[in-house]
Each structure stands twice: as structure tokens, then as C-alpha cells.
Design a protein around this ligand. Sequence first.
Ligand SMILES: N[C@@H](CCC(=O)N[C@@H](CS)C(=O)NCC(=O)O)C(=O)O
Length: 283
Amino acid sequence: MTQSTPYVPPKVWKWDAESGGRFANINRPVAGPTHDKELPVGDHPLQLYSLGTPNGVKVTILLEELLALGVEAAEYDAWLINIGEGDQFGSGFVEINPNSKIPGLLDCGTSPPTRVFESAAILMYLAEKFEAFVPASGAERAECLSWIFWQMGSAPYLGGGFGHFYAYAPEKQEYPIDRYAMEVKRQLDVLDRNLSSRPFLCGDEYNIADMATYPWYGQLVLNGLYDSKEFLEVDSYTNVVRWAQEIHDRPAVKRGRRVNRPGGRGIAERHDASDLDAPEAGK
Ligand SMILES: N[C@@H](CCC(=O)N[C@@H](CS)C(=O)NCC(=O)O)C(=O)O
């Protein structure tokens, strides 16, 4: 849909399935499954159904960090949900996440199995289950929850707002790009000021708030998500760059980022630690 005249909203909104832009083929105004499809279940108690997007890798980074810490019970199967092909609308996935978005987790180590959806809920569930990477109580826990909720509330402005209008919309429009570029730069400044006096988001300890935020704002300053490095002048947020680089260099983060990423340097599925160690997986 190309707009040559100003848009006047009709009295009642109707779905224009041909509205164009990337993801137009998977966007729908209704929830629920589109087809029957059971999910596969592997040998480990933790079954992750995901894709190596920023929201997906939050979880695989935490799982790889737990394994690096020696938490063997964090071994997991990671299955690929290809959102471009509509896997998120299969009946099995919708049972785990009624919101039809990756990531989704099934913990078969509980009876009955526990489903968890929303990336931050999964991070908290796993961190609490294994008592790592989340402060147990008091002001430290409050700080961690604050930054996690900040990330969950803020990143949609970056991805769904700025990224959508700057990179994916069928045409470039000044108003939404200005609006979201301003908000994303404000968010980067929030992070930069916070990180000016502490090494990690919540203080001296690296925790799930950093893991949730790095794939979005960390990748934005290091690699310029949406090809926006110059446009947003991301190099000027020097504290965010320093923080992001430190997280980026962690071996578990490198491993976590390669899970559910078919092609290139990633692997489509992960069922054993050796899947990431295999030489062909790194090519
Ligand atoms: N708030 C959710 C957002 C998840 C999300 O937006 N996932 C995207 C990929 S990063 C997705 O599955 N999109 C598929 C769709 O919209 O149909 C979370 O953090 O888990």
C-alpha cells in the first residue's frame, strides 16, 4: 500500500492483508492456532521453542551461562520455531504461548510440565529455579526487576517502533521515524547514564537484566540493528558500548547467540552441548 494522499481512518478498522512491508505475511488481527501441529519433545527436562532473535537469545544466553557455571540440570533441547513460516501459529506452540511469539519454554521436570512464555518470565523462572543470576531479595532484587521490566517495556519502541518504520515499513515516513528515533536515543541515554557509575545494569553483578538488555541495546550499539549505527550515532553512548562489549565477549554469550540460528555461524537446533562445539557449527 503506497500512500499518495493523507490517510483518513475509516469509522471501523478493517484488516488489509496486503498492507505490505516485511512481516506482512505473518501479521494477523486475531489470536489462536491456524493449524494442528504437535511440538517435538527431546530428552532433557527443559524444552525451548524459539528462534535466534533478540528475544530468543536472551534465554539461550542464560541457559549457556548456567551450564558454564556447572548447573548440569540446565541442559536443554532448543527447537526451531520459524516465525517467517508461521510455526508460532501451530496448535502445540499456541498451547505453550497463547500469544504466538517466541520464545516459549516447557519444563518437563515438573509434574505436570510447566509452560512459560514471555522472555522475561522465562529468564526469571530459570534464574529462580537454579538460584543464579537473580538477586534473592531486597533492594538488589528490586533493582534487577526494575531493569528487566524497563527492558520489556522499552524494547518494543526500538524493534516494533524504530526498527519497523526505519527498516521494514513499505515506505520511509518522517513522522514515525522521528518519533521512535528520539525515543530510542532517549533510552540509550538512560542506559548510558546508569552505566556511567556501575559496570552492569544493576551494579557490580552481571545478571538476567543484562542478559535481557544486551541482545537489544547491546547489539544496537555494537552492530547497529536495522543498519542504524550512523543514523542514531550509537558510538556516542560510550558506557553502553563498553558494557555491551564486555557481555559480547563472554563465551556463554557467544554460544547462546548461535542457538536456533540456522545458516551462517549458528545451529538450527540444540540438543547437547556438543552441538555447539562441533567444528562445522562454527563455520
Ligand atoms: N514480549 C515478548 C515478545 C516476543 C516477540 O516479539 N517475539 C517475536 C520474535 S522476536 C515473534 O515471535 N514474532 C512472531 C510474530 O509476531 O508472529 C517476549 O519478550 O517474549
